[in-house]
Design a protein around this ligand. Structure first.
Ligand code: ASP
Length: 358
């Protein structure tokens, strides 16, 4: 039987307070480490624990060449997309619904190269690609070379949910859309004078100086572009959606990175959700979306570090562009290696932050 002794009590108290102090130190250390990581990675987690990032394409976007009116139009487009997605997340809706709504808003806006306002192929048609991925179930849907679908992202979602497939293209995809009541439009719907002029300029330049010449004739902004959204919802689920008209003067039938799952679009609840924009051929070869996720999952990299590492890989191959990313904790990253990228996110207070230039 232990005998109570005041000295024992004294030692116990000392030991206890030393332990508590060490514990407190440990807590403080890990709290400051996680704060540091968060601020480095630009956390955008509002009090409600959800996050949303959108983009409207990366390229040579120079302040000196932008009028205040045009800048205002682009900013408003990004803002509408953020508002559409944010509203859904705020009331507890899914990241899939939020990314779908944000991308639809950008597809309907003629300033961006997706849906209305898409660029033209070498034969004067518009051919649209899109994809969605659900980070919770690993389900994905993608469509390519669509000519008559008003909102390709919605058809991508339908492919994911109802077709039993992951990827569909052309006439078969459009027949599936018709069967399911997706809105069909005439090719004329996608026309904008600006994109048509861009095609003519590229064609004229090619006649004069060969394919390489086109880079100097029209801006990147006229040459390509894409729209996309990534989100984390209040249930902890991640999703990504991307939609594009591809690149001006692309060969009819060309498919870019946007609908390639693991390249331009990717989501995994264990890691992150990604939507990319840029020279699609390079983003496909670099398997951008999946590589970022894999660096986080297998190497333990932060979102920011993984995203930059993979974008550097694209640059080494010769590609330009950018991407938006969000991880399961709500950290975000928006790296790009061009002079600008239309982009926006909701900050922790719910305020929309919209940026264009570097
Ligand atoms: N990535 C798109 C494509 O290659 C174009 C872009 O985002 O600029 O189709």
């Amino acid at each position: 039987m232990k005998i109570f002794h005041p000295l024992n009590c004294f030692f116990a108290a000392v030991l206890f307070s030393a332990g508590a102090w060490a514990l407190a130190q440990e807590h403080a250390k890990s709290a400051s480490a996680s704060n540091q990581q968060r601020s480095e990675d630009q956390p955008n987690m509002p009090a409600e624990d959800f996050g949303l990032v959108v983009h409207g394409g990366a390229g040579t976007i120079e302040r000196s060449k932008m009028t205040p009116e045009r800048e205002h139009e682009y900013r408003s487009g990004i803002e509408r997309a953020l508002a559409a997605g944010y509203e859904i997340l705020k009331r507890g809706g899914s990241s899939l619904d939020a990314t779908d709504a944000a991308v639809r808003a950008l597809e309907d806006d003629p300033h961006f190269n997706a849906g209305k306002g898409a660029v033209f192929t070498n034969v004067g048609t518009n051919e649209l690609d899109a994809a969605v991925m659900d980070g919770k179930t690993f389900k994905a849907g993608a469509v390519a070379c669509l000519k008559h679908i008003k909102n390709p992202v919605s058809l991508a979602r339908l492919v994911m949910e109802k077709s039993g497939h992951v990827m569909m293209d052309g006439e078969g995809a459009e027949a599936f859309a018709k069967e399911n009541g997706i809105e069909i439009v005439d090719q004329k719907y996608f026309y904008t004078k600006e994109r048509w002029d861009a095609l003519e300029k590229v064609k004229a330049a090619e006649k004069r100086g060969g394919p390489g010449e086109k880079r100097f004739i029209i801006s990147d902004q006229d040459r390509h572009g894409t729209v996309g959204a990534v989100a984390l919802d209040q249930h902890g689920d991640l999703a990504a959606a991307t939609s594009t008209g591809g690149t001006t003067n692309k060969r009819a039938g060309r498919v870019g990175d946007s609908p390639v799952i693991g390249a331009g679009t990717y989501a995994n609840n264990a890691t992150c959700a990604i939507s990319a924009t840029g020279d699609g051929e390079y983003f496909i070869r670099a398997t951008v979306g999946h590589d970022i996720s894999a660096l986080m999952e297998y190497r333990g990299m932060s979102l920011k570090e993984a995203a930059q590492t993979v974008l550097d890989k694209v640059a080494k191959l010769g590609g330009t562009g950018g991407l938006i990313a969000i991880d399961r904790r709500g950290n975000i990253a928006l790296p790009f290696n061009t002079s600008g990228m239309y982009r926006g996110y909701a900050d922790p207070s719910g305020k929309f932050v919209i940026e264009i230039y570097k």
